[in-house]
Design a protein around this ligand. Sequence first.
Ligand SMILES: [Zn+2]
Length: 278
Amino acid sequence: MTKTHGISSAGVLGYNPPMAHVHDRCICLRKVEYSETSQILLLFSREHGLQRVIAKGAHRRTKAGSSKFDGGVDLLDVGQAVFIAHLERDMGILTEWSLREGNLELRHNLRAMYLGLYAAELMSLLFEEHDPHPDIFDRLETTLLELGTGRLEEAFLAFQLDLLRESGYLPEMNACVNCGSVPGPREMVYFSPSRGGLICGNCEGKVTDRAAFDARLLGMLQTILRLPKSNGAVQRLPKLTRHQTNPINRIFADHMRHTLGKQLRMVPYVVEEARSSC
Ligand SMILES: [Zn+2]
């Protein structure tokens, strides 16, 4: 068969409209080294949302030592990028990368690094590609800096709440999802991943996958939720220990696993399982 004769690949490509270069601030959420010199990246672009791009020759330098990609892009780096965005399933092409914030403080603390990578994994799963969320971009950029300080636990928790809220995945944390009653400050409360929220003491027996949740932690969580998102400045948050944030991070991780149908890769590094009391 010779049907395709006369249509060269160049001819087919010639029908594609020219693609514009996009200039935007980006955070690197995922990175795969590809061949000796290239990288495949998932970038969160401030004005253009998630972008899968290939950086050809990311590790290559000229004889003078210069590089179009500042020597390569690292996870959680913030940079000024130039890329050609592709719609649908194709990968875009990163053509320039200029590092603006390498988040070095965060990289000196393993716990901070794990929380940063968990934040990146959540971002990569909760949003569609090419769907911009500049507010959450700004929150993540600030949070990565805050993770490099002594306020990392509360900084991550506040970011997680903002992210779940912005993406529509925040579970109901004020009223019982079964009967609608608002538990009092001293009442036993439970959390159900399958029902997506709180379960009060009266409804506890009607839900099988509930886990007890400390009422004081719930009160603190509700306090943080009442803070305006734009004022998520870490100084306004209560100082929290890992011991306090762990049960909260665990119920959200269970909630995400149920909602997305899979366990997130970073969860075992970030969340300690509840110790069995028997
Ligand atoms: Zn109830």
